[in-house]
Design a protein around this ligand. Structure first.
Ligand code: TXA
Ligand code: MG
Length: 339
């Protein structure tokens, strides 16, 4: 039995904290996506998270903290760069990868010598951490599926497997946090998010981008962030991303839509602005598409066989959006030549 309770209803947070302290797992909202939390000090609870999600044991978890003092207690070193980045972006969608403190359950870090830390900007997530202690939480979906940005999406994947989902309504950002490795000379973005390379550069100087961000890793190379290796964010429908100049992309999407329809499939256009005359799920701008992207994937997968996704400019949050879209498409891309 899984109960769903509004996070701010009397007693809901207390129940969640009680479950966490008892070694159980609980789903809760953050400003990015819903998380599936376990108390990071309880090894068996952390293992339960992997079990419930069907998550490969080599993919480490993010630990959610309620401030810098809590983060410092989980990291072996707290550098000036960590301090500057936390000062600039916490609470918020930035996860910092640092050398891990001894004593943390090794399952959290999947055997790595580092730990990923984030202070979320959602009152529910913060209150939960403050009540129960630091919470290890991946996104609250079955491994490989799109991340949930609504309580009902958590329920669809994990209903019956977990005791409680705290409902905070739709998530404000809609894509997971930026993951930044700051263990080396130059910070490296392992996963792009709302906090962009330019935002980070303004605080920390040079920033690198992991090669896994916009394409599959070259054969034989080692992933620094194991999560980038696994197939991810895939809905049941087949996803194709169309890249190129906007008008040419729209024309190519229309051609593909008609071809699929003639062949008896049910295509759906996904993008920015209207697609008149076609079935579509669209958003007014890039921020809004980022916020709704996973919801679109999850809410259309039963009805539509093919999702045709309009590629966007990889600037700002566009890089995170394209990273998720390309992975949902398993890198099925159509590059459209506008000439
Ligand atoms: O916005 C978010 O980050 C959400 C909410 C719930 O906070 N959480 C989330 O967790 O997206 P998850 O598990 O779905 O993604 C965590 C990512 C994975 O790509 C994982 O490989 C990477 O962070 N990661 C975790 N620990 C790491 C570490 N020690 N070194 C490198 N990458 C790490
Ligand atoms: Mg995830």
């Amino acid at each position: 039995m899984t109960s769903v309770r509004a996070w701010d209803e009397p007693g809901a947070l207390e129940e969640a904290a009680r479950l966490l302290r008892a070694g159980d797992v609980v789903a809760f909202p953050t400003e990015t996506v819903y998380g599936l939390g376990a108390l990071c000090s309880l090894e068996s609870a952390v293992r339960r998270v992997f079990e419930v999600k069907g998550r490969p044991a080599d993919n480490p978890l993010i630990v959610h903290v309620d401030g810098v003092p809590c983060a410092r207690s989980l990291a072996r070193e707290w550098t000036p760069v960590a301090q500057a980045l936390a000062g600039a972006f916490w609470p918020g969608p930035l996860t910092l990868v640092l050398p891990r403190a001894p004593g943390l359950p090794s399952a959290i870090s999947a055997g790595l010598d580092t730990v990923a830390l984030r202070m979320p900007a959602h009152p529910c997530a913060l209150a939960l951490v403050s009540r129960a202690g630091p919470v290890a939480a991946p996104s609250a979906n079955l491994s490989g599926r799109p991340s949930p940005t609504r309580a009902e999406h958590v329920f669809a994947d994990l209903g019956g497997r977990i005791p409680l989902i705290l409902d905070g309504g739709p998530c404000e950002k809609g894509l997971e946090s930026t993951v930044l490795d700051i263990t080396g000379e130059v910070p490296v973005i392992l996963r792009p998010g709302h906090v962009t390379a330019a935002d980070i550069a303004a605080v920390a100087g040079d920033v690198g981008l992991s090669p896994g961000v916009l394409g599959p890793l070259p054969e034989g190379s080692k992933a620094v962030s194991p999560g980038v290796m696994h197939r991810h964010y895939a809905p049941l429908s087949r996803v194709t991303v169309f890249l190129g100049e906007e008008e040419a992309v729209r024309a190519s999407m229309a051609g593909e839509y008609e071809k699929l329809e003639e062949a008896g499939f049910r295509p759906l256009m996904v993008g920015i602005g209207a697609f008149l005359g076609y079935e579509s799920r669209t958003a007014a701008d890039m921020e809004a598409l980022a916020r709704d992207f996973y919801a679109i994937l999850l809410e259309s997968e039963k009805e539509y066989t093919h999702l045709l996704v309009q590629g966007v400019d990889g600037q700002g949050v566009g890089l995170a959006l394209m990273n998720r879209a390309l992975r949902a498409a398993d890198y099925s891309v159509k590059v459209v030549d506008g000439t």
